[in-house]
Write a protein that binds this ligand. Sequence first.
Ligand SMILES: *[C@@H]1O[C@H](CO)[C@@H](O)[C@H](O)[C@H]1NC(C)=O
Ligand SMILES: *[C@@H]1O[C@H](CO)[C@@H](O)[C@H](O)[C@H]1NC(C)=O
Length: 656
Amino acid sequence: MHSRWLAALFVQTLGQASLSTASPSSSSSISTAPFQGTPDDAFWYDWGWYGFRPLQHFQSFGASPSRPYLLQHDPRCSAKKDDKDTSEGDDLIFVAPRGLSVSTPAPTIYDTRGNLVWMDTQWGQAMGVTVQQYRGEDFLTFWHGTDNGTFGEGMYYMLNSSYDVVHTVRPAPMHPGEEALLGDLHDFVITDEGTALMTLYQKRRHDLTAGFGIKDGWIFDSLFQEIDIATGKLLFSWRASDHFPIHDTLAPLKWGFGRRSDKAFDFFHINSLDKTPTGDYLVSSRYMCAVACISGSTGAVLWQLGGRHNSFVDASDGQATNIHWQHHAVWHEDMQELTLFDNGAYDKLVTASHSRGLRIRLTGIGGDDDDDDAQPTAELVQEYVSPDSLLAPSQGSVQILEDTNTVLVGWGHVPAYTEFAADDGTALCDVHLCPLGFSTFGWCKNYRAFKHRWVGRPATLPSAAMRPAEQAVYVSWNGATEVRHWQLEIATTSTKGATYVKHGEPVEKDGFEARISVPAEAKSVRIAALDRTGRVLAYSAAMSTSKKTAVKTMYSPPPKETLHQVLFRFAAFITLGVVGALVLVYLIVRYRVVLLSHVRRIASAAGMAVISVAARVLPRRNYRYEALPTTTSAMAEIGSGRLGGGGSSPEDSREV
Ligand SMILES: *[C@@H]1O[C@H](CO)[C@@H](O)[C@H](O)[C@H]1NC(C)=O
Ligand SMILES: *[C@@H]1O[C@H](CO)[C@@H](O)[C@H](O)[C@H]1NC(C)=O
């Protein structure tokens, strides 16, 4: 663990160094635009040529998001919007990269071309950043709290279009008078009825005699609750250990687990929730390798897809029910379909060659079209496989996008997302959020990826930064989605009481930040943000053109390790390394004779082996030798005729 951490630090430092010295595209200042190219070019990005976590840097904004790589882009990923369409908002991408190389994690919004739209590092690590509707209004929602490795302890936040927290949702006590558990990171779903579903984990004692022979065992139980958002009232709660035998799990009980409180056995691992129109619940259990339908009245398991007790006949030759370690199961009533992310791997336990986004049609489960005695049947409608055949050992998401008839798959542990044609599974748009070469180590991962139309109207002002040395001003507005142009306004007096006049044409906003040249006569400037109709949304603060504007770095919660701990680890690592090296040197010197003889033996054996293999493999030819006399004495003998004169005939020497 320590060495991995240090390796990451080392490699990251190296990567950043390579960014500033060797980046082929770097000019005087680091470009902020996302990378774009072919899958072949992405090789360099993926293997750290631009740094191990390339960032977008801005002059007018004090945070640096990951700089993604667009491998593939297709117009079919964008909903058609004609010129007359003045509807607000664009389709944007919602992610939250995190991991060892992500020094300032944040809920983040990108546009579909990889430009930053919004990020807020003050939150630090967030999970499941998405847009959900509550009482007819769009909210940006996510989980935020402490990540305990396999689950989370925190709360759910609902931000309105000005990015203000309007609702904080937390679990209710399971029983009156009890202390409430904290909210788990895996899922937070707002239903049409204004309620919220959330996952919870609870450590408790449990008899593990059956299957494991542990009498006084410990488990991490998986729970979920439905809460009324307005009142916080608990409407429904469910606990996995009441309905699933522990030994039905497919997760191996690793050594020592289940016996001690600090090694509780996570046998179920709830990781997604949904509610059906009949008032039942859909639960994904990673370690049962199953998606279960839970009765909304009794909590009983009505059916399950996959796992040891799969209820379905597989009409697709096993492809619809052989799910493993899956995430993000969502019910689509109109299609009688289930979407889910089939990981096919659980950390190092690999059960498939690649992960799959899946659409599975379920019939015979009491839907409208079903005849009552039909057998429950599962049929694979379409699968979505990454162009790189990515295998995500954890996390991941699948989202159907109806406007474009596409499907967005987030590859979880592998920081990438791909948009597919829904009907045939063709990959249309493909983006790497961070270099994938190091994704095995989890240096940068992204729990889920979503695409939504979102309108952001931040309560802040546009942020402008004057750079007198460049005679230019930089401008951006974190989270503002409706800006289409920036208009420079100048005054020939100092900022106090100045009257501003427009200067030049409006500059199109085609990225997070724009750079606008400032004319020499301007003494002070400000920038107007214009919407698509040319209306002024807001003005930046006014600035003197002779002063460099200072831009504050956005606050980011410090990593859980203090500098002392980091230094201690570093020292420990170095000490261990030095001691190890000394021991190695001692051993080599002490046993050098033996080692050398071994080395020689091995080398000569290897040499012989190579030669004998070569002798077998290399093409053989019969060489024709002319038997020429080679020594002067032989010449003399020829001269004296003792060798029969005339030399030997070529025929004699043919097969030497
Ligand atoms: C989770 O982590 C927090 C902080 O590190 C710790 O206090 C808490 O006991 C952990 N909870 C469990 C259930 O392990
Ligand atoms: C968002 O919520 C804040 C705080 O409640 C409120 O002041 C603000 O007006 C709201 N913004 C919008 C766009 O409704």
